[in-house]
Design a protein around this ligand. Sequence first.
Ligand code: TRP
Length: 335
Amino acid sequence: MDSGKRKRVFSGIQPSGGLSLANYAGALRNFKALQYECDCVFCVVDLHAITVRQEPDVLQRNTYEALAIMLACGLDPERNIMFMQSHVPAHAEMAWILNCYTYCGELGRMTQFKEKSDRHSENVNVGLFDYPVLMAGDILLYKTDIVPVGADQKQHLELSRDLAIRFNNIYGDTLIVPEPYIPEVGARIMSLQEPEKKMSKSDENENAYILLVDPPDVIRRKIKRAVTDSDNRVVYLDEKPGVQNLMSIYSISTGMKIPDIEKEFETKGYGIFKDRVAEAVVELLGPIQDEFAHLVADRKYLESVMKAGAEKAECIAQKTLAKVYEKIGLLPRPK
Ligand code: TRP
């Protein structure tokens, strides 16, 4: 039976190797909470990953690891649909359909496309350009109500909405128009080295980010070296972006609210503050790392999860795709 009024949530995770604390804060942490209230679909978006060149064996490893890290962060494969994008052909098919309703100008305006084509100027391929359409397909196939995303994906989500509305205007109500869900705290965990910039594991300075798999001593070292200011007061102010960022990280790791954090460190300086932030992160990530190590070693289990996930996903995706084909006027394949 279907589950009544529960909202459908869809999110995609790139198998790009080594997720960071920012991915945890902006995505995985929220997924964990959402799984109890919503019907969630979590997809490892391997077809998105190949828009930049990948070493085949590295991509394979990263794909297993992406699933393992989701599971290690507490996402339950019984509760959620968890699968690999390339295992459900409807994603590529839907992307093609939506391509025919997307304007080149819309895609040319995408900030991420512009950034990535600068970064990978030797390989500005059509897939990179088309990336947001594949993403729209992911979302629209599952009649998604809510898409939890980092602020950097907002523009892509806007396109998904525009495409759904455009399709519905032409063919009548067919696709659900998805809403973004952007959490306030932790939506933007910033670089530890340049706190005006997002934390990103593609940063060339590895002290700028914390990976979910960083060992405790590495976490301690990176936080000790985090850029702050000379003021030595732990208060949450826009002119203190480094301190603000560490406070957000502490908040995410401990569950404490910002005003309570200010109180805790009222009489303490950055030295003690940084030590506590580091310990909080180590404590948060410890159990996740143990579980991850255990899961990546168990490919049989990971494969059983992705197999069951793909079957469930395919069922839903095929229904939407069939409806879309029919509306457009593509002939059903004779039985
Ligand atoms: N583009 C997203 C990112 O880089 C990943 C993604 C692909 C996604 N398909 C999606 C996110 C659908 C949400 C919904 O983070």
